[in-house]
Each structure stands twice: as structure tokens, then as C-alpha cells.
Design a protein around this ligand. Structure first.
Ligand code: ATP
Length: 328
């Protein structure tokens, strides 16, 4: 059974279509990332799956429960960590968890066991009796992850789990999410607008733009779809190098740059030595680097915009954003 099945889901706010006829499924144990700029519709999609919003059209099932016909079944099967922190800073970490466990109706003995288990999972056992007000941002996030797992949900929804954290803490929180997925066996759906987060953490990534899922695949498959790596060559004789290597069977494209050539190839790591050897025979080579396709470039090729440009302008003004991206 899939952990999540979404079929033709649409959610409107008045005339605005925030989620537009979206269909996909998530396998049990998978980490699915919803990647897109602010306003793309990620939170609306997640809130609909969490039963906080009703779909306007279409259906969705979470852990086998229909979000409209059986919202209670959905809620008891999911854990949710929202963008905005929702911890009581005056209570200790352990007290926050116990309080939440009571809300979920977990019995006293079980409450104690589960609290200890989830504190261990996020390595907060030693700090469990400090007030949350004294926690760092990363510790507070980890406590929220722990709280989301108290009632052993089948699916954990994380809305921008690392937003507002510094780069080092983002990495740590990501590692904990991967561990919860592995060790607690929970299916994870997370929204993010960080490319590296989607890339590093997710089994598959759904690229969300303007209410639609425009692509859904493993990060590597999405990147492979762009057509291979680019070897960036700094050279004083770009024309000679182009003549020397342009017709090689493994060269897909050659583009002049300010200080040399970008050579498109299938497997950059493997081809770089042959390219440098061939280029050095006809010109001086000053620098060489291999660029793997990135999710940023996948997003650009699918939407005509960078995530940053889309973030600044929001949906519905794609043409203006496209011009901005081109000017960069
Ligand atoms: N309660 C609401 N009423 C009206 N419009 C809304 C409401 N919530 C969201 N929207 C609009 O729906 C669209 C999708 O918003 P949503 O918050 O789902 O996007 P998002 O991708 O999650 O972005 P963010 O990361 O900023 O939350 C946006 O155009 C937004 O302005």
C-alpha cells in the first residue's frame, strides 16, 4: 500500500487556484520533497493532506484514510511539524513532549517510554530537563521533530523543516530527519525551497510551480534529464580546442565562455582527462572543472525561472521573473 495517494487534487481560495489538479503517490518509507518557491502551493497541498483544509476537487488518501471521509483516521496516522515553532518555552523539553503525548491520549506508562525513545532519536536526552527557552534553534527544531513522532505516526509532514536555521544547523537537522526515516521507519513529506536540502535528503522530489507538480522523480533522474555534465575549460585557444574536440563522439555540445569553453558530455568525471589531453595539444589550458547538473538548473529549465527570482516575485508574474533571471 502507498503511504499517500493524491488524485486530481485542486484547492482554491476564492478565484485563486493554489493547488491545481495534482496527482501523485508516495511509497511507504519514502522521503518525498515538495520543492518550489514561496507561494507555489506547497503549504496548501500539505495542509490539505493533513486535513487542515478541504480539497475543492479531487481525492487524497493518507495511510489508507480518505482526507474528507475519514479525517480522524488521517490525523491519528500523521505527525506534523509546522514552519512556525510551536513549543512552550517555559516548559522543559520533556514536559513539552509529555504535554503533547497527553493531548494525543497516550497512556501514562507508554507516555514515559515514548518520550524517552523520541528524545534518544534526536539526541536530546541530556538536555531534556532544561527549559526550551534555553535551547538553540537547532535543538528546538529537533524537539519538534521528536514531538511529531510521539504517537508513532505512519507519515510525518515537515513544512520547511530547516527554514531560519544557519547552514550548519540545517545540515544537522537534515541528518536527524534522515535518521528518523531510517530508524523509526516513518514516511516523510517535506516542503522546502532549499535545492541542496531536496537533493541531499529526498528519495524523490516533486517540483511545484504555480500550483502544479511539473516534475516528480529521484533527484539524480531529474538532473540526468538535463542532458549530462558540463566540463568548464579555461583556455587561450578556444577555437582550436573546439576544432580538436568538437566532433568527438562523447561531446554533446560546445559553448564559448568568457575565458574558454563549456563542453557538454555524458560522464564528466570520466571524460575530463581525455578532454584536457586533446585541448593541451592545440592550446594552453589554465583551468578545468566539472559541473554536475543541479536541481536549480532543473527548476530553471522546467519553469524558465530560478527559485530565487520566483521567490521574489511570487506566482502569476512569470514573465517579469523570467526577464530578471535572463539579465543575471
Ligand atoms: N488562506 C489563504 N487565503 C487566500 N490565499 C491564500 C491563502 N493561503 C495561501 N494563499 C495563496 O495560495 C498560493 C499558494 O500559497 P502556499 O502558502 O500554499 O504556497 P507555498 O508554496 O507553501 O509558499 P510558502 O513557502 O511561502 O508557504 C499563494 O498565492 C498564496 O498567496
Amino acid at each position: 500500500m502507498n503511504a499517500i495517494e493524491v488524485d486530481g487534487l485542486t484547492r482554491r481560495y476564492g478565484d485563486l487556484v493554489a493547488v491545481d489538479d495534482v496527482s501523485f503517490s508516495v511509497a511507504e518509507g519514502e522521503i518525498l520533497g515538495l520543492l518550489g518557491p514561496n507561494g507555489a502551493g506547497k503549504s496548501t497541498l500539505v495542509n490539505t493532506l493533513c486535513t487542515l483544509l478541504r480539497p475543492s476537487e479531487g481525492t487524497a488518501r493518507v495511510a489508507g484514510h480518505d482526507v474528507v471521509a475519514d479525517p480522524g483516521g488521517v490525523r491519528s496516522s500523521i505527525g506534523v511539524v509546522f514552519q512556525e515553532p510551536a513549543l512552550d518555552e517555559e516548559l522543559t523539553g520533556r514536559e513539552n513532549l509529555r504535554f503533547h503525548a497527553r493531548l494525543y491520549g497516550i497512556r501514562k506508562q507508554r507516555r514515559r517510554e515514548r518520550t524517552a525513545t523520541v528524545l534518544d532519536l534526536v539526541d536530546l536526552a541530556d538536555d531534556a530537563d532544561k527549559p526550551v527557552g534555553e535551547y538553540s534553534g537547532g535543538m528546538a527544531r529537533r524537539l519538534e521533530l521528536a514531538r511529531g513522532l510521539l504517537h508513532e505516526p505512519a507519515v510525518l509532514f515537515l513544512d520547511e523543516p530547516t527554514v531560519g536555521l544557519d547552514a550548519g544547523t540545517r545540515k544537522t537537522v537534515r541528518e536527524y530527519v534522515a535518521r528518523l526515516n531510517r530508524e523509526a521507519g516513518v514516511t516523510v513529506v517535506l516542503t522546502t525551497h532549499y535545492m541542496e536540502e531536496a537533493d541531499a535528503l529526498c528519495d524523490r522530489v516533486a517540483i511545484v510551480d504555480d500550483g502544479s507538480v511539473v516534475a516528480l522523480d529521484a533527484p539524480d533522474a531529474l538532473k540526468d534529464g538535463l542532458g549530462g555534465d558540463v566540463i568548464r575549460l579555461g583556455t587561450d585557444g578556444p577555437a582550436a580546442v573546439e576544432r580538436a574536440v568538437g566532433d568527438a563522439p562523447w561531446v554533446r555540445s560546445v559553448t564559448r565562455t568568457g575565458d574558454g569553453l563549456d563542453v557538454g558530455v555524458d560522464d564528466g568525471e570520466r571524460r575530463v582527462a581525455a578532454l584536457v589531453t586533446a585541448a593541451s595539444e592545440v592550446a594552453g589550458v589554465s583551468t578545468v572543472s566539472v559541473d554536475r547538473p543541479t536541481l536549480e538548473r532543473v527548476f530553471l529549465s522546467l519553469t524558465g525561472r530560478t527559485v530565487e527570482a520566483a521567490d521574489e516575485t511570487g506566482p502569476g508574474v512569470a514573465v517579469a521573473a523570467e526577464t530578471e533571471a535572463d539579465d543575471d
